[in-house]
Design a binder for this molecule. Structure first.
Ligand SMILES: O=P(O)(O)OC[C@@H](O)[C@@H](O)c1c[nH]c2ccccc12
Length: 276
């Protein structure tokens, strides 16, 4: 079994427990009463024609299969507030429990702490999880192409939009990008972490980003360590970067995000001058 299949098997077991506790009908009611979703696509610059700044999606990430414990985040709300103050456009909250140490409680805490859009980052493998995300105040969900068939990808994307949310459609290969584009994904993430080996190869972004049609939001996911990595992704066409480890381990994440935003904007400006 691949790492991804293995993770999803655990996600399904945990999901069964939650389904017993809260029925889909109950979630429908909660969603009907929830305030409407915020516009995550606009927050990521999806409606801009010219890219002048690099957006940052800052992640609340406690643990990962490749690195183990990353940070003992005692107050996810306080961390999210720092991300917000530093200039993040979206906060990502990992809710997967077994490998990433996350929870819906983390999502709730972050949702209550910030006004910007929040991404529920999980291994979406059932429509229930999309309803659940919305019921807990999420504005975006993650759909991983490698984990879904085309019909599922289409259905889940449609449900996400019906609930007023946006999806980040995550890819790793040229073929997955083609699938994401063909189902009409507006926000496409390229995760440079190989799901089989868990190795990071930042060159993957540069190799694949050009395949994504103009006008789509392109997110560089994983492996941002410093301003140089940020500049690398920005100069190869990223609209946004998704950063976890580097921020949760930093003593001053607010300042770090600001630094990343400056590095990103500079790289974009250099690219524009170079293209003249
Ligand atoms: O901690 P990093 O290297 O900055 O990576 C963040 C993010 O890209 C990573 O957490 C991630 C990308 N796609 C995922 C899917 C599921 C879980 C986690 C992820």
């Amino acid at each position: 079994m691949s790492v991804l299949q293995d993770i999803i098997a655990g996600v399904r077991e945990d999901l069964d427990v939650r389904k017993q506790a809260v029925s889909l009908e109950e979630l429908h009611k909660r969603v009907a009463l929830a305030p409407p979703a915020r516009d995550g696509l606009a927050a990521l610059g999806g409606t801009d024609t010219a890219r002048t700044e690099l957006k940052v999606i800052a992640e609340v990430k406690r643990r990962s299969p490749s690195k183990g414990d990353l940070a003992g985040i005692t107050d996810p709300a306080a961390l999210a507030a720092q991300y917000n103050d530093g200039g993040a456009s979206v906060i990502s909250v990992l809710t997967e429990k077994r490998r990433f140490g996350g929870s819906l409680a983390d999502l709730d805490a972050v949702r209550a702490a910030v006004d910007i859009p929040v991404l529920r980052k999980d291994f979406t493998c059932d429509p229930y999880m999309i309803w659940e995300a919305r019921a807990h105040g999420a504005d975006l969900v993650l759909l991983i192409v490698a984990a879904l068939r085309d019909d599922e990808l289409r259905d889940y994307l449609a449900l996400t939009h019906e609930l007023g949310m946006n999806a980040i459609v995550e890819t790793h290969t040229a073929q997955e990008i083609e699938r994401a584009v063909s189902v009409g994904a507006k926000i496409i993430g390229i995760n440079v972490r190989n799901l089989k080996t868990l190795d990071v190869d930042r060159g993957v972004f540069a190799a694949l980003a050009g395949m994504i049609p103009q006008g789509q939001v392109v997110i560089a996911e994983s492996g941002v360590r410093d301003a140089e990595d940020v500049a690398h992704y920005a100069s190869h066409g990223a609209t946004a970067i998704l950063v976890g480890e580097a921020l949760v381990k930093d003593a001053t994440p607010r300042e770090r995000i600001t630094e990343f935003k400056i590095a990103g904007a500079q790289a974009i400006r250099r690219g524009l001058i170079g293209a003249e």
